[in-house]
Design a protein around this ligand. Structure first.
Ligand code: GCW
Length: 738
């Protein structure tokens, strides 16, 4: 007796102290404590009738049972035939009732859509979760579970849900040695050394989490690629992962290094028009598909940042992409060809660039503006890509900054399916010490109007293929996942993985609604908790923009690791790796003139967009310094002078973080101690980082503006040279040792 009380006490105190480590993501089902709701759900659900035998349907049934048994605290029996209040799962292939239901309307569910419907079968009340294909049933099950997790009524269900974009893919920048480029959550979750023999439970939980938000593809390896992954020794490891992911509807893709035929094939060239090279890739694809029959295809970074590519052989991106397309086509594979390029020739033209020569430097790059390069290289190729090629374009023209205007390529290549590339990992948004909810950033881009085909030609409609009638469509998110116990380093990083999946499925979902469901599924349904946490999330990305890069500043992070501010850096290998290239601060003002009198990058947009951003007096302050060099003392359309506005923005960013901190700290009774402490400590770090950003940027820009800080603002307690002396040689996320 004594012993069992003792054990109980230990267990009890462990639960209190340990709390929740975040491993279960948004799928940590909890017992429902509201008696009225519990009664309603219990009355509405008596058991599960699962039709069909496939692994996917089995997963759907098991997941549904697991969730319901925990949440409703009762046994959920498996039934053979519909009984009153049973949930019927299946497809037309294995159930007559479902066949009848799906035939009765013009449902257009496609291969992945689903229906959840309260339905009478021979006068018996049932809930049908059905789809054309098994994977749709699994998606439907997760949607149904979400209803219960978020306490929604289930009395009269009639939900039809179909994804808007076909390929919804995570991009892992994971190296074979398990380092992760721009990864801030530990090392890679792929343990290549123990694969294929050892299947880590994480692989299964990863697949389950992704399926729960509709992600249907994963590129396992870094775009800075290693050809080894295409060797037989690694392909069996890839196959082991593909086997785990398959029943969850997730296809596996690999990055293809352009020079692989030389590196692992023994050829002398990788020229995409060379017969031996063409044959080599064809054979390679045959080999891959013989062991992974549903292999998704390749993601390729070519002629970018040192990666080899077709231009090395005097050929174009289209020549390169089409070679892969031909090799993959017989098996239904696709090529995701990245448009993240910036011309290697720029370096040569700017060799005379020296530290401190800001004025001369500005002159030189005006015509080469990195902003323009992807467009310049890819637009002329529109119409030249094979049918199974998607050109994958980063959301903005530069590189995953806290705020960018949409890339001018969206809307400029109507004959080519363009795939969105978002970055979920927060390379330039404070990495994993920063709470920044990214759905508002993703939405800002997706909702932008390109005007390429009249008003309403949003980026979302470009990438879902509807604007220009493309058969394939895609969206990628650079993953923030690592082997940290909570997957993403910062617990709130999970919300970004979640939001990416939800928006990839349906970009019309409001950022607020996604935050709401994520909080409910991850924490609880307590309004005293949900309301303030949602406020924190919705304010968070704007706060980061304010204290890092307000008013359209960008790329002023310290070079290489991109951790913390480095607006003064001017000695990196090539001009457009330097922050001074991007902000162009001088005694007159700050910002990059991209109007006609400057680099004229604006001309890459439709006239309506040019009008929106082209006039210095009318341009939205959010994008002002992206397009204009604005005098320090000019009054801008917020009513303040530019300098005062800059000071105001930096300070308000810090204030918001402090407000986030106080708000979160007051929630200690509403959430387990472990997760509360975790977020609390990280917000403490974030506050320090926000102050660091504000102080160092304002002190540095003040050396140009020569204007005082407006009254009422906190004065920096250190001088500029202190901030300039800070070094972080071991900052995470560099990757390396490919
Ligand atoms: O954002 C930059 C990163 C590089 C990355 C590159 C790319 C994988 O700093 O680390 O390389 O973009 O997207 O290719």
């Amino acid at each position: 007796m004594r012993k069992s009380i003792f054990t109980f006490l230990i267990l009890f105190s462990c639960i209190l102290v340990k709390g929740d480590d975040g491993y279960k993501l948004w799928l940590g089902y909890q017992k429902l404590n509201e008696p009225v709701l519990l009664k309603q759900y219990n009355e509405a659900i008596s058991g599960i009738v699962a039709k069909g035998q496939s692994a996917t349907l089995k997963i759907a049934e098991d997941e549904l049972r697991l969730a319901l048994e925990i949440m409703l605290q009762k046994k959920i029996p498996g039934l053979n035939i519909p009984a009153n209040n049973a949930i019927l799962l299946g497809t037309p292939e294995n159930s007559n009732e479902i066949r009848k239901l799906l035939l009765s309307g013009d449902l257009k569910l496609g291969n992945e859509g689903f229906i959840i419907k309260s339905h009478k079968i021979n006068n018996i009340n049932t809930i049908i979760i059905a789809a054309n294909k098994d994977i749709g049933v699994l998606y439907g099950v997760f949607a149904f579970i979400q209803l219960i997790q978020t306490h929604q009524p289930i009395g009269k269900l009639s939900i039809i849900n179909v994804p808007k974009i076909k390929n919804r893919v995570l991009n892992h920048w994971d190296n074979l040695n398990r380092s992760v480029e721009r990864g801030y959550a530990g090392i890679s979750i792929w343990n290549w050394h123990t694969l294929p023999g050892y299947i880590d439970q994480r692989y299964i939980d990863y697949a389950r989490a992704n399926a729960s938000i509709g992600i249907n593809g994963t590129v396992l390896t870094n775009v800075n690629a290693n050809s080894q992954v295409l060797t037989p020794a690694y392909l069996v490891k890839v196959k082991a992962l593909a086997d785990v992911f398959r029943p969850y509807g997730i296809k596996v893709y690999l990055t293809a290094k352009f020079s692989a035929p030389i590196e692992i094939g023994g050829l002398k060239t990788a020229d995409p028009l060379n017969d031996d090279v063409i044959r080599w890739w064809k054979n390679k694809c045959r080999e891959i598909y013989s062991i992974i029959p549903d292999f998704g295809g390749f993601l390729v970074k070519a002629n970018s940042e040192g990666q080899p590519g077709p231009q090395g052989y005097g050929k174009t991106h289209a020549d390169g992409a089409n070679m892969f397309a031909d090799a993959l086509q017989p098996y239904g594979g696709i090529v995701m060809w990245r448009a993240f390029v910036y011309d290697v020739r720029v370096q040569k033209e700017e060799e005379h660039f020296t530290e401190g020569s800001v004025g001369a430097h500005t002159q030189t790059i005006a015509s080469n503006d990195r902003f323009k390069q992807a467009y310049n290289e890819f637009k002329p190729l529109d119409g030249q890509f094979k049918k199974n090629v998607l050109v994958q374009v980063k959301n903005g023209p530069i590189d995953f900054q806290p705020r960018e205007p949409f890339s001018p390529l969206f809307g400029a290549m109507p004959k080519t399916p363009l795939m969105m590339e978002f970055q979920i990992t927060q390379e330039y948004l404070g990495q994993s010490t920063t709470l920044a909810y990214l759905a508002p950033m993703f939405k800002e881009c997706l909702d932008s109007d390109t005007y390429s085909n009249g008003k309403g030609s949003t980026v979302a409609k470009v990438i879902d293929g509807t604007l220009d009638e493309h058969a394939i469509s895609g969206i990628a998110g650079v993953a923030n996942i690592g082997n940290d116990r909570n997957w993403t380093g910062h617990l709130f990083g999970q919300a970004n993985w979640y939001a990416f999946g939800r928006l990839a499925w349906n970009y019309d979902l409001p950022a607020e609604a996604i935050a709401d469901e994520w909080i409910r599924r991850t924490f609880n349904n307590n309004n005293h908790f949900i309301k303030p946490v949602k406020k924190i999330m919705l304010a968070s990305r704007a706060a980061v923009v304010n204290y890092m890069t307000p008013l359209g500043l960008n790329h002023i992070m310290a070079t290489s690791h991109h951790y913390g501010p480095g607006p003064w850096v001017s000695n990196a290998g090539r001009a457009d790796w330097n922050p001074v290239y991007y902000h162009k601060a001088d005694s007159v003002g700050i910002g990059f003139n991209r109007t006609e009198s400057g680099s004229n990058a604006l001309a890459q947009y439709a006239p309506e967009v040019q009008q929106q951003w082209g006039n210095i007096n009318a341009c939205d302050y959010k994008y002002l310094l992206w397009f204009h060099h604005v005098p320090w003392n000019q009054k801008i359309n917020t009513g303040r002078t530019l300098w005062d506005e800059l000071c105001y923005r930096y300070n308000s960013g810090v204030d918001t973080v402090r407000w986030m901190q106080h708000t979160w700290n007051a929630l200690d009774k509403q959430v387990d101690r472990e997760r509360h402490q975790h977020v609390k400590m990280l917000l403490g770090i974030q506050e320090q980082e926000a102050i660091w950003w504000r102080n160092s940027c304002l002190l540095y820009f003040q050396t140009f503006s020569q204007m005082p800080f407006p009254p009422g603002f906190e004065k920096p307690d250190k001088d500029l040279s202190y901030y300039q002396s800070l070094k972080f040689p071991f900052a995470p996320g560099i990757g390396g040792n490919l």
